[in-house]
Design a binder for this molecule. Sequence first.
Ligand SMILES: C[S@@+](CC[C@H](N)C(=O)[O-])C[C@H]1O[C@@H](n2cnc3c(N)ncnc32)[C@H](O)[C@@H]1O
Length: 268
Amino acid sequence: MTRSKSASQPFDKYEYYLKSVQSPETDAEFIDKAFKDLRKRKAISMREDFCGTYSLTCEWVKLGNKKQGIGVDLDPEPLEYGANHSAYQSLTAKQKKRVRILCDDVMNPKLPKADIVNAMNFSYSLFKKREELKVYFKNVYKTLNSDGMFILDCFGGSECQEENESETEHDDFSYFWDQDSFDPVTNEAQFYIHFKRKGEKKRKKVFSYDWRLWTIPELRELMQEVGFKETVVYWEGTDEDGDGDGVFTRTEVGEECDSWVAYVVGLK
Ligand SMILES: C[S@@+](CC[C@H](N)C(=O)[O-])C[C@H]1O[C@@H](n2cnc3c(N)ncnc32)[C@H](O)[C@@H]1O
């Protein structure tokens, strides 16, 4: 019997998550450039709320020798993983000194201040009540520097309002994004991530997300309500095949599509 190479190795859920859903290098560069364009200066400090394994924070400190990165997450498990794996371990000693990781609640009003706070991979969607999300946004506002910028990602489109499962094939595994349910009355949705390594059974519900799908206007209005002076939306361009091209530009007019990802920014 021949066994695939991956089947003989332990299953590392964070490794497959990173390969499937994260692009921390691109995100760090995009956030840095957006701040410079909007604030006309270079950002020094960035706080990654809901940081998980904090790969974005690690990429941030690589962008310049003054850059400071702060990661905040409640759960010690991904934080411990992050400390022992490549994004952090491949940093130089000097870069590591500019990383500060806190096992804490993003609602803590005493979190360290920063030029930028980000909430990526839609993590704020776990706040299902408007009042809860508002308390979080208020805390972000309070803990930003005086010309600070808050940035989060957001997704939507008709595909997000129905049950469906998509498979993305990689060389040695498949990633599945499973939208299990959507309730149009509450905008609440249940998502799962499954993985299947070649030659193995599908590993179901490796990650689960019980979310409310917030819309761009709701996010912008809430940002304004807590004090942000201006809000900005970055929308993705389209390639020849009609797919997203990875280039996000500032806009006030979106485009109807089955599935989209955008960035929403609040300027203090
Ligand atoms: C969807 S994961 C996102 C991880 C990472 N930001 C990424 O881009 O993939 C959400 C993370 O938020 C953390 N989390 C949930 N509620 C939190 C809270 N109130 N304060 C801090 N972290 C929280 C969870 O422990 C989890 O690691």
